[in-house]
Design a protein around this ligand. Structure first.
Ligand code: GN1
Ligand code: MG
Length: 344
């Protein structure tokens, strides 16, 4: 099957070495090594991304804009097929994309020092900044309501009515913690009505593995652009706070290892604002810490809702996997709330 996909790009599988990279929860990715060039091949999960052509179109619009306005900026757009298509489609198998592999770059799966956090935050900030004058409304929405916290909360409430009752009964503590933080939804709703908050071109998946670094650990570029769409900066900053401040990540089962480190928070802030400082309004900047709470809370809700709905979205590699992930995120949220007073 992969042979057929590669043939659409005039590549011969016999001459290449394929290695699967498993770092995302959603798409499948391979590193392809050729004699003189490397590539990244990705299969789009169309159960989640139901309209992959929206993604392809968004990326092309952005690539064309950046090429014209900021030709020096490194932006990794997909390679077109021999037939000049953005994706290769294989009947009964799905949509695939091929990217050039950026030489001398590497990605990491966990943040090990504050420089990496700073560099990543700067790279995501730069991406949004360079697209500040791009008409964001031209972009399609690959995942409608992706970071709509009100809707996520509503879906959580629905799961409590129609989900797996055994799991609901076992989750009472987490459920009541989530409910106790409902105010975070109210703040989100205030933001929606606040004219000082602008919809910008945001990445919506700012985990560290979505940055390419060079040997000196400078951030080279942002990757994984499936969820690029108009949104609020709190999505991007919030997911960095969620995923960079604690060394133990969302998979950690031993919650005593979750440790929100203030210096990583500060690194994210200075990195992001080094690019976006002049772009964001003062009013928007006031929500920097809220951004972290917003994203951690949303992720906790998503994991718990999925657990109650029998893991239909994220899947589970072991019994109660999404329950553990939800609990993990609730601990992180508690730590951010506790630390809030000391950060500023
Ligand atoms: C998913 O596939 P991956 O790991 O990049 C999810 C994100 C979550 C993340 C949690 C489309 O991202 O929103 O934050 O898992 N992406 C989608 O690990 O749902
Ligand atoms: Mg992703």
């Amino acid at each position: 099957m992969i042979e057929k996909i590669l043939a659409e790009y005039d590549l011969n599988k016999e001459e290449l070495a394929l290695e699967s990279i498993n770092n995302g929860l959603i798409n499948q990715t391979w590193h392809i090594r050729g004699a003189d060039k490397d590539y990244i091949l990705q299969k789009i999960n169309t159960n989640i991304f139901k309209k992959p052509e929206i993604i392809a179109n968004n990326i092309r619009l952005i690539a064309d804009y950046l090429m014209q306005k900021h030709p020096e900026y490194l932006f990794v757009a997909p390679i077109k097929t021999l037939l000049n298509k953005e994706m290769a489609y294989l009947e009964n198998n799905g949509h695939f994309r091929l990217f050039p592999f950026i030489q001398n770059s590497h990605s990491i799966n966990a943040v090990q020092n504050t420089k990496q956090a700073y560099e990543a935050a700067k790279a995501f900030g730069k991406f949004t900044k360079l697209l500040a004058d791009f008409p964001a409304e031209k972009l399609g929405t690959p995942l409608p309501d992706f970071h709509n916290l009100s809707l996520r909360y509503h879906q959580f409430e629905l799961s409590l009515e129609s989900g797996n009752q055994v799991r609901i009964d076992q989750s009472t503590e987490l459920i009541s913690f989530i409910k106790s933080q409902r105010e975070l939804v109210d703040i989100y709703e205030v933001i929606l009505k606040n004219p000082a908050f602008k919809q910008r071109v945001t990445h919506h998946d700012t985990k560290i593995s979505n940055i390419l670094f060079n040997k000196e650990e400078d951030g080279l570029c942002v990757i994984d652009l499936d969820t690029v769409m108009p949104g609020y900066y709190i999505s991007d900053v919030g997911d960095m706070i969620r995923t960079y401040t604690s060394f133990a990540n969302e998979e950690e089962k031993d919650f005593s290892k979750i440790n929100l480190r203030a210096e990583y928070f500060t690194a994210i802030q200075s990195g992001y604002l080094s690019e976006m400082g002049d772009v964001l309004s003062e009013e928007e900047k006031k929500y920097f810490t809220y951004a972290g709470k917003f994203m951690i809370y949303m992720q906790a809700i998503r994991f718990l809702t999925d657990h109650i709905n029998n893991d239909i979205y994220y899947g589970a590699r072991y019994e109660n996997h999404n329950f553990v992930r939800a609990g993990n995120q609730c601990v992180l949220l508690q730590q951010l709330i506790a630390m809030e007073a000391t950060i500023f």
